[in-house]
Structures are given as C-alpha cells and as structure tokens.
Design a protein around this ligand. Structure first.
Ligand code: SF4
Ligand code: SF4
Length: 191
C-alpha cells in the first residue's frame, strides 16, 4: 500500500485524511497507467508460466515410441477416474499402451498423473484452449496426446496471435514470437 508523508492511524493522520489520500493516490495511479486488457483471441494471447498445468501431452523417445509402459499408475492415482490404460506387449517384449484415453471433461488438471508416472511419459503442458461445444472431442486418445504441444520454451508473457486465414489457429503455443511484453509486472506495479 502506498504511504503518505503523514503517519497513518495516528491522530494527526486522521486529521489530514492520510488513508483517503493514499487511496486517491492509488486510484489516480491506475487511471494514468497503461491498460492491461488483452485483445484475445484475435491479436494477443497469454502464454502461461511453464509450471502451468494445461492440456496433457505424451513424451516419446528418440525412436518415436511413447515413453509410457502402461503400468497404470496414473490411472490408479487419478482422483477423477478419467484415465483409461489398456496395455499390450510388443514383439520385442516391451509393454506399451494399446489404449490411452483421458476424458478432459472430467479432469481437474491436478497433475497427480504426471507426478506418479515413473517413465516421464504423461505431462501437463501450457495449452489451455480446450473449450468445445462437442463433449465427445474432450476424450483425447494416445495419438492426440503424442501430437499435443509440448512445454513452451518460455512463459508468463503475451504473444501476437492472429487467427489464420481459415480462422483455425487456436493454439497459444504455436502462435507468433514473444512481443516481450512484461504483462505481469504491469499488473503488479504497486508492490
Ligand atoms: S491431471 Fe489429475 S484429474 Fe487430470 S488426468 Fe491427471 S490425475 Fe486425473
Ligand atoms: S503414463 Fe506413466 S504412469 Fe501412466 S501408464 Fe504410462 S508409464 Fe504408467
């Protein structure tokens, strides 16, 4: 909170309306400062910090195989019971998921599946644009998870993000380079 020269909560502070002046100073500061409104989704998009828990993705190894060993730990620990894992055995004797589905309509984005995974396979990324009018599309399959965006190289910033000519580019992580706007510090300018 901003301070005036007069000590607040003292009798002299009350006489000189120190609290009122401090409040007015804060209000005027906001009135004079730049807007922090985003032109979302047509021109700007917020890229969340890397610790953000958004849309899941599935890691693969150098050979393009999924890291998942279909142990089922993520499915067991999930508090929403929204992960379905059905294993199979490859010709090399490796255990892999035949089916790996996540029902995002039920997911809490708690991250417990990521924490429990012993194979660095299932991860939560920074993608947050999952809204849809078709509930069926919220059930994502193994191929969707493999194709889903990985962690961005950065976060906590705004990127220019026009929709493409067909109006289909919705991914915050696949949009343009960072404008370098320090959006968060603009919000927190009064510490
Ligand atoms: S983030 Fe949480 S609720 Fe969502 S699938 Fe993982 S464990 Fe389940
Ligand atoms: S994603 Fe991880 S925890 Fe889940 S089944 Fe695969 S290896 Fe096991």
């Amino acid at each position: 909170m901003a301070r005036t020269g007069v000590k607040r909560h003292s009798w002299i502070g009350r006489i000189f309306f120190a609290d009122l002046l401090a409040g007015l100073r804060l209000t005027l500061g906001y009135m004079m400062s730049k807007t922090v409104t985003h032109h979302y989704p047509d021109y700007e998009k917020w890229v969340p910090y890397q610790r953000h828990r958004g849309h899941h993705f599935m890691n693969t190894n150098d050979q393009g195989e999924v890291n998942c060993v279909a142990c089922g730990l993520c499915s067991v620990i999930c508090p929403c019971d929204c992960i379905t894992v059905i294993p199979f055995e490859t010709e090399q004797g490796d255990r892999r998921p035949k089916v790996f589905d996540i029902d995002l309509a039920r997911c809490l984005y708690c991250g417990l599946c990521e924490d429990a995974c012993p194979a660095d396979a299932i991860k939560l990324g920074q993608e947050y644009e999952v809204s849809t009018t078709n509930r069926a599309t919220l059930k994502v399959h193994l191929e969707d998870l493999i194709a889903a965006p990985r962690k961005a190289e950065d976060g906590g910033l705004v990127r220019p993000a026009r929709l493409d000519s067909e109006g289909t580019q919705r991914s915050v992580l696949r949009s343009g380079p960072s404008t370098g706007l320090d959006w968060w510090s603009r919000i927190r300018r009064h510490k």
